[in-house]
Write a protein that binds this ligand. Structure first.
Ligand code: 4NP
Length: 152
């Protein structure tokens, strides 16, 4: 099972989601993250994201930003989008119904957040990054429970 986390720049939200999810899933799962824009391609995550993850003993410092490709929509089984703009952008790249079915909003498995978005901490401060970390942690738990119940 291959899981892809997607945000805009792939330097704040989706790198954190990737790092958190990797700590939660058993062997046999592959987790990666991408952005919908290529502006930060090749860059490591935002220093504040690296620090926030490190505060929770998660190392995301070696990740590198890359933009989503057509191949990702073929290769990955589940594609989780951090907000509605990202979701719509990724859906517009899908070439068939099978690919569209893989794409969802990251917070949807939390139930009461059907249309909820993970706020972008890029323009915020360390408190915003920690708040986003906590939200991503809850979202990853919900996704994990959903995936493990589906794959039993
Ligand atoms: P992310 O945050 O999508 O969570 O990685 C952002 C990073 C960079 C920009 C916007 C959001 N930017 O405009 O450069």
């Amino acid at each position: 099972m291959k899981i892809l986390m997607v945000c805009l720049g792939n330097i704040c939200r989706s790198p954190l989601a990737e790092g958190i999810m990797k700590t939660k899933l058993p062997e046999g799962f592959f987790v990666d993250s991408v952005g919908t824009i290529s502006m930060h391609e090749g860059e490591h995550p935002d220093k504040r994201a690296i620090k926030t993850a490190a505060n929770h003993n998660i190392d995301i410092s070696r990740q590198k930003s890359r933009p989503i490709t057509k191949k990702d929509l073929e290769t990955f089984d589940k594609i989780y989008c951090m907000d509605i703009d990202v979701y719509e952008d990724v859906v517009s790249k899908a070439e068939n119904e099978e690919q569209r079915q893989k794409i969802s909003l990251f917070l949807e498995p939390l139930g009461d957040h059907k249309n909820a978005e993970v706020p972008d901490p890029y323009w915020g401060d360390m408190k915003d990054f920690e708040d986003v970390f906590q939200l991503l942690d809850r979202g990853c738990d919900a996704i994990k429970n959903q995936i493990l119940s589906q794959t039993k």
